[in-house]
Design a protein around this ligand. Structure first.
Ligand SMILES: [Zn+2]
Length: 239
């Protein structure tokens, strides 16, 4: 299993700019060890997914509604995206007081994929029947569908997006960005220390703001494209 060498900084920066308004532990840096452990567990679970053969499923973060993403019980049971192999990152849709889960976990699509790849059958005949029954679930339940990163073909297959309504998700994400900005100096600076951490987080915050707008812009562009090219919607890979 391979892990990006600077992943702790990456996870810390993303969590601070996306989720810190919803987690008191992240409102002053450095992050406490228990939270860093949770962030690392998320990264490791994703990389274990690659180790057992799973590619990224960038469609998985587009299935849950914003109401579901703000629901503590739903997010605790189903995670914040249908697969940990997406790049949904942390739950920036949740608002203070919601109590929703913030860190992705192994999701329903991952259990589905494990059954597809690893379930044992007694005979070739049983395997054929079992796999047919399994794959038929994709027809009725969209959370079992797969899509690699290709927002130019399908706006629900973006990286860094979250939720079934990316425009409303962006509005909620921007509210959190405002909250992070209000807390930025207090969270990232201490008397007698230099401003390197503050500068880094300011840059991350600006990047996150741009990413939010880019996600919405790409969604609008691609939905317009789909409406103007109906074959794309009816043809394949765009559901
Ligand atoms: Zn990956």
């Amino acid at each position: 299993m391979r892990i990006y060498h600077n992943v702790l900084k990456l996870a810390r920066d993303w969590y601070f700019v996306q989720a810190s308004p919803n987690d008191k532990r992240a409102q002053k840096l450095p992050l406490p060890d228990d939270l860093v452990g949770e962030l690392l567990a998320y990264v490791v679970a994703h990389e274990v997914g690659h180790s057992i053969g799973f590619p990224h499923n960038m469609k998985a973060s587009s299935h849950y509604t914003l109401e579901q993403l703000r629901d503590p019980e739903f997010t605790k049971k189903n995670g914040t995206e249908a697969s940990i192999m997406d790049y949904g990152r942390f739950n920036y849709v949740a608002q203070p007081g919601d109590g929703a889960a913030l860190i992705p976990t192994v999701g329903p699509y991952d259990y589905f994929a494990v059954k597809w790849g690893y379930r044992q059958y007694k005979s070739a005949e049983e395997e054929k029947k079992g796999l047919a029954e399994l794959v038929a679930q994709q027809k009725d339940n969209p959370i079992f569908r797969f899509g690699n990163a290709n927002p130019s073909e399908d706006p629900t297959r973006q990286t860094e997006d979250l939720g079934s309504d990316s425009l409303e998700a962006t509005k909620l994400g921007m509210k959190n960005i405002d909250r992070v900005a209000d807390n930025l100096v207090a969270a990232c600076s201490n008397e007698g220390e230099n401003y390197d951490l503050l500068q880094n987080m300011y840059d991350q915050l600006c990047r996150s703001e741009r990413a939010n707008f880019c996600t919405s812009r790409r969604s609008i562009q691609r939905w317009i494209l789909r409406l103007s090219r109906p074959r794309l919607s009816l043809g394949g890979g765009c559901h």
